[in-house]
Design a protein around this ligand. Structure first.
Ligand code: FE2
Length: 189
């Protein structure tokens, strides 16, 4: 829980609960998870690790997309007067969510599993470029209150993390550490 008060921080809004800083940190996190997945695709007998990584990727992205859609995008859309940019972001989220939903039903070794993760990573690369290269810059210029938004985002992320964690616990009988090997005998490709 972020307990340090940032309401009166007047250093240009760039602090740990600044919305743009929080979202940018999310981007770094998921990019590194995709990198780890890419490494795994070159190894054998790593289905468990892949499954765990993809669960992490899907939950990170779901939380990230939700706070953007619920909190960040509406505020930015109102402030920057660039509906095309925001519309594209909406559609990109829809495509990513579609792949996430597919991956949540699949497991390593399934047809086109790795390809789905790779393409999802490419969507996310593009998402990051658009946001960091354009949307965030415009939001800064438009004086969006990123500190207040950041506090809301951090709070919402905590709630969503708890929710998703609870869902995971009830939806699977997997032990808390690692999921059991499901189809360890099956070969990829
Ligand atoms: Fe983002």
């Amino acid at each position: 829980m972020a307990t340090t008060s940032t309401k009166s921080a007047n250093s240009g809004g760039r602090n740990e609960t600044d919305a743009i800083a929080v979202l940018t940190a999310d981007h770094r996190t998921v990019k590194s998870l995709f990198k780890q997945f890419e490494t795994l695709t070159k190894q054998d007998d790593v289905d468990d690790e892949k499954a765990e990584l993809v669960r992490q990727i899907c939950s990170e992205l779901t939380i990230h997309a939700t706070v953007e859609e619920e909190l960040f995008y509406p505020a930015v859309r109102e402030a920057i007067d660039d509906d095309d940019l925001m519309d594209e972001a909406d559609i990109e989220h829809a495509s990513a969510k579609d792949l996430i939903a597919q991956l949540e039903e699949l497991e390593p070794g399934d047809d086109h599993y790795d390809a789905r993760v790779t393409v999802l990573g490419e969507y996310i690369d593009h998402h990051v470029k658009e946001e960091e290269g354009e949307m965030f810059v415009k939001a800064r210029k438009a004086d969006v209150n990123t500190v207040e938004l950041g506090e809301q985002i951090v709070e919402r992320k905590e709630a969503l993390t708890a929710e998703l964690g609870a869902e995971d616990d009830s939806a699977s009988v997997a032990p808390p550490t690692k999921p059991q090997a499901k189809k360890s005998g099956e070969k990829r490709k």
